[in-house]
Every structure is written in structure tokens, then in C-alpha cells.
Design a protein around this ligand. Structure first.
Ligand code: CA
Length: 366
């Protein structure tokens, strides 16, 4: 046995010497002068958020940092806040036209161009963040998302989620559906169409424009996100009542917009880095909101004496009825919306049944 081992060792050493010797003779070390330097790419990303705004604005910053570090500096991305290169609502056009390579925004801002876009971000009485991600990644949602944006030369990727959003800030209490009549409220997406049916006047403003509009009285009410972000904007200084009811954005999916030509010009490994970084930031953003909303809410109530309210059940029931009407109208008007809505509503019906007998019960019992 010992002899056999000795033989194996001797043979192995001999082979190793041969291989090393062979290499030494035939292969020259790569010199600095003959190596081709890796091509580097420098991209710009415009966003719909104030630069470095907590949550929403930090998602693109984290993404850029991940991509820079994972690519060893081969792909760097400069992030711009709303209005620095283009206004917040022109992010889509800038990416589509190739003025910049990337954008970060919310899908429902583009409902005028792509009627189905709100279904990838937020619709009233729709999916929670977990449900939306399940549909996007494993329920056929992402394929439809790409299909809808393809005519504009844009590849969309999920880019964060705020979780359930609050009903918003009101200067007067809402005690009946009639209290919504004539109310000027900042509210984007299809929720605006729902409120219009209740006689309200929906207004679309980017985040940075909201506070001054609320304070001056140009609008009577606003929704934005939830305690973490709403505290940062200081809305408690302009309105007394904060409605905790979740209805119009049970979750809000954010998105990365990528110019298709720019993406296709990248080598495969950089494309994969972008894809994986987007997936990481999508989850990270939701985790951050879930962790920070409650402490922000405590600050709003205990330090700033904000009055928390809920919409009466009959107001929510009426809003739900109007939502169903809006969805039917949208589906009748636009084939793309109808196609995505079919997938979305079927997935939601199934996952809702499942969650009704599991999580919903658990929330009541724990
Ligand atoms: Ca919102």
C-alpha cells in the first residue's frame, strides 16, 4: 500500500513538472502593453424624485452603487433628481428618445401613453407588494410589462415598492362620500379617475411640488406615500388629518426604465449585473419602508400631534364600486389594458383566496 502511494506521488509530481515546464516554454506572460483594456460605459439615470429623497430617491442611488461596484467600474451610472436634467414627468420620454440611458419612476405616471401602465405600479383595491412581485416574477406580469413598453424602445424592470400607502392628508374630515365633492386632491394614476366619479378634482403634481400647493390652498388634500416619506415632506404643517385607510395604492411598484438600444449594446455580464441589481433594489426598498414607516408614524402623532382618521366603510365601499367601473371602462377603451387586466385580475382573484384563509386569518389571530 505504501509503495503504491509512493508511486502515485512520484507520477503526480512528474506530470506536474511536465505541465509547468510546458507552460513555461510556450506561454508568455500577458504584458501591460498587449492587454486590451475593458470597455467602460458611463450612463445617466433621470428620476421623478428629489435627489437623494428617502426611499424613492435612494433606490436609484443604491442601484448605481451596486452596478458600479459589481462591474468593477466598467459601468458607472450618474443619477439625477427631478428637474436636474429633465422634469420628473419627462423621464419616460428622455429614456425612450435615448437622451439618457435610464430612468427611475412610477409606472402609473405614463397612463396617458400606455393605458395599462398603472397595472404594473398601483391600482385602487389591487395587489399588495408581495402579490405584485409574485405576479411580475412568476405570474406572467413581467412579460406583459416588457410587451407594453417595447413600442417605446424601453425595457422596464421592477425598481422598488413602497408597500401599502396611506389615504392621505386632508384639511377637513371626510365623513361621507359627499365630502369629496369639489375637493382638489393631488392623486396620480387610476385613483384620480375613481375620485373624479365621486365629484373630486384630481391633480397630478410631482413630489417636490406638493407641499407648497397644499400650504397655499391650491389643493385641499394630497396623498404621497406613507409616514416615512410624508414626514420627510412635512405635510403635517399644512393639513391636520392623516387618513390611514389603504385603498388607492395598496402597494406602489416603482420602476427602472432602460433604453433598449443602450442595454443591448452592453456585454452579457453587464446586462446581468443590471438585472440582478434591479431585483436586489426592488426588495431592499420594500424592506426599508416596512422597517421605517411605524417609527415615522409615531413621530407624526407624538411630536407633531397629527390626527389619524379612517374613511367610513360606506365611503370605501363607494370608492370600490367606482374602481370597478373605471377598470371596465379602461378595458373597453384599450386592448393593451384589457390584456394585462385579464392576467392581473385572474392572478389577484387566486392569490386573494389563498391569502384570505392564511395571512388574513393570521393577522386577526396573532
Ligand atoms: Ca402615492
Amino acid at each position: 500500500m505504501k509503495n503504491l502511494l509512493k508511486k502515485v506521488v512520484v507520477v503526480t509530481v512528474a506530470i506536474t513538472v511536465l505541465i509547468l515546464g510546458g507552460c513555461g516554454d510556450k506561454q508568455k506572460p500577458i504584458s501591460a502593453t498587449t492587454a486590451t483594456p475593458a470597455q467602460t460605459y458611463h450612463w445617466k439615470m433621470v428620476t421623478s424624485w428629489p435627489k437623494n429623497f428617502p426611499g424613492l430617491g435612494m433606490a436609484p442611488e443604491k442601484f448605481a452603487k451596486h452596478v458600479n461596484e459589481m462591474s468593477g467600474g466598467r459601468l458607472t451610472i450618474q443619477v439625477y433628481g427631478a428637474g436636474e436634467l429633465v422634469p420628473g414627468f419627462e423621464v419616460f420620454d428622455a429614456v425612450s428618445q435615448g437622451t439618457v440611458q435610464m430612468g427611475h419612476s412610477g409606472a402609473y405616471y405614463w397612463k396617458g401613453k400606455i393605458p395599462a401602465s398603472p397595472l404594473f405600479g398601483a391600482i385602487p383595491f389591487g395587489m399588495t407588494a408581495d402579490e405584485l412581485n409574485a405576479w411580475l416574477y412568476y405570474g406572467g406580469g413581467m412579460e406583459l410589462y416588457r410587451e407594453m413598453y417595447k413600442p417605446f424602445g424601453i425595457i422596464p424592470m421592477a425598481g422598488g415598492n413602497t408597500g401599502a400607502q396611506f389615504g392621505g392628508w386632508f384639511k377637513k374630515e371626510i365623513n361621507s362620500i359627499d365630502d369629496l365633492k369639489g375637493l382638489k386632491m393631488r392623486i396620480p394614476g387610476l385613483a384620480g379617475d375613481v375620485l373624479k366619479k365621486a365629484g373630486a378634482i384630481p391633480v397630478n403634481l410631482t413630489g417636490g411640488e406638493i407641499f407648497s400647493s397644499l400650504q397655499s390652498g391650491a389643493i385641499d388634500a394630497t396623498e404621497w406615500v406613507g409616514p416615512y416619506n410624508d414626514l420627510a415632506f412635512g405635510f403635517y404643517q399644512a393639513a391636520d388629518y392623516y387618513y390611514t385607510s389603504v385603498w388607492h395604492e395598496p402597494s406602489a411598484g416603482l420602476e427602472f426604465l432602460i433604453n433598449e438600444k443602450a442595454f443591448n449594446s452592453l456585454p452579457k455580464d453587464l446586462q446581468q449585473i443590471i438585472t440582478v441589481a434591479a431585483r436586489a433594489v426592488n426588495e431592499d426598498t420594500l424592506d426599508e419602508y416596512n422597517a421605517r414607516n411605524n417609527s415615522a408614524l409615531k413621530t407624526l402623532v407624538e411630536k407633531h400631534h397629527v390626527k389619524l382618521r379612517q374613511f367610513p366603510p360606506e365611503v370605501l365601499a363607494q370608492l370600490k364600486k367606482y374602481t370597478n367601473e373605471v377598470m371596465s371602462e379602461q378595458a373597453a377603451k384599450d386592448a393593451g389594458f384589457a390584456k394585462v387586466w385579464k392576467s392581473y385580475s385572474e392572478f389577484l382573484a387566486n392569490i386573494r383566496s389563498y391569502n384570505d384563509i392564511t395571512l388574513k386569518e393570521y393577522y386577526k389571530n396573532r
